[in-house]
Design a protein around this ligand. Structure first.
Ligand SMILES: [Fe+2]
Ligand SMILES: [Fe+2]
Length: 157
């Protein structure tokens, strides 16, 4: 029986996806001043989420043929999102490009999240048992906590 405090990695990832969607929904309603603050939060949440997946989730997927085949495309999609994030970072919130680029990012993230939750999660559930998923959940949380200070520093560069 898993401890009450331990969560499996898939529910952690899912919860973060919902948080990011919430941030994008806020950005849609935001005025220019607030939009920049929203972007900062999106930048932090997405960067942290993607890096933690790359360090914990994708390496675990490497272990099974059925999950391994999804890694390359998932990493490519992370790379695409990172490029857009960096492009937005160069813009000022008042620029018309800002909202357009945020929409572009939202679409890319939405696509990636669907791929993960629909295809990848199913494959992972077939290959890994509850204990593995809970252990990975712990590792996911620990790794994320370690990465957080560096990601915060990168935002204020
Ligand atoms: Fe991902
Ligand atoms: Fe994800």
């Amino acid at each position: 029986m898993a401890k009450a405090t331990s969560k499996d990695i898939l529910s952690l990832i899912e919860a973060e996806h919902r948080q990011v969607e919430q941030l994008f929904a806020e950005a849609e309603k935001a005025d220019n001043k607030k939009l920049y603050e929203c972007f900062n939060q999106i930048f932090k949440a997405l960067t942290l989420h993607a890096r933690t997946e790359e360090l914990v989730f994708y390496p675990a997927m490497q272990e099974y043929e059925e999950t391994k085949k999804y890694i390359e495309e998932a990493e490519k999609e992370h790379e695409e999102a990172k490029v857009i994030l960096e492009e937005i970072k160069e813009l000022k919130p008042g620029e018309s490009e800002f909202q357009k680029k945020i929409n572009e990012l939202q679409k890319a993230v939405q696509h990636h999240v669907r791929e993960e939750e629909n295809k990848i999660f199913n494959a992972v559930r077939k290959c890994m048992n509850d204990e593995q998923l809970t252990n990975l959940g712990r590792e996911f949380q620990e790794t994320k906590a370690k990465l957080e200070p560096a990601v915060k520093a990168a935002m204020t560069e």
